[in-house]
Design a protein around this ligand. Structure first.
Ligand code: ZN
Ligand code: ZN
Length: 177
């Protein structure tokens, strides 16, 4: 996911190069990873830096939001970002990054590192509540048992506010008699 781009930076504006991206395992954050990533990286010279277009797909790994089972799901990502070099590729002189620019940067070693943008876009694309199956029964809030494997002994939960109403109704009933 790291590409030497000094050659690309020496090209004239509009020049285009194509790289392949292949990565076995990318950790996004604790417990969340992408595997078997493959795709393409298109790099186009702009007047300020390199416009990078990434298109990848792979396998996501996470946990079911209800029962916490491990689960895999297909992931595909597509994004583009303009990367700015911090140094002039011909002279090595430092370049001023425009104030307020939130671009990703190409370091003085002229290596384009896609890990951080990939991580950010992958996290944005993550399903918020991935489920192992649409009707996952989840875990019992009382005993923690996986209810996909059958009911536990806890029985239906009764909301305490209803319990109070029920007591009041019972009292009214007995007063009428
Ligand atoms: Zn589940
Ligand atoms: Zn239970």
């Amino acid at each position: 996911m790291r590409y030497h781009v000094s050659h690309e930076l020496k090209q004239s504006v509009g020049a285009r190069s194509l790289f392949t991206l292949q990565e076995e395992h990318v950790l996004l954050q604790e417990g969340l990873a992408l595997d078997a990533l493959h795709g393409t990286v298109e790099v186009i010279r702009t007047n300020k830096g390199l416009l990078v277009r990434v298109q990848v797909s792979g396998q996501g790994h996470g946990q079911c939001a209800r029962c916490l089972a491990e689960l895999d799901y297909p992931v595909s990502l597509r994004f583009e970002e303009e990367f700015l070099p911090v140094a002039d590729v011909f002279t090595g002189a430092p370049l001023r990054i425009p104030e307020g620019a939130d671009n990703f940067l190409i370091g003085a070693d002229f290596v384009l590192d896609l890990h951080e943008p990939l991580r950010q876009y992958a996290l944005m694309a993550e399903p918020l509540n991935p489920l192992c199956r649409p009707d996952c029964a989840g875990l019992c809030p009382e005993c923690g048992r996986d209810l996909n494997q059958g009911p536990c002994g806890c029985g239906p939960r009764i909301d305490s506010r209803w319990e109070a109403l029920r007591a009041l109704a019972a009292r009214l009933d007995s007063e009428e008699e």
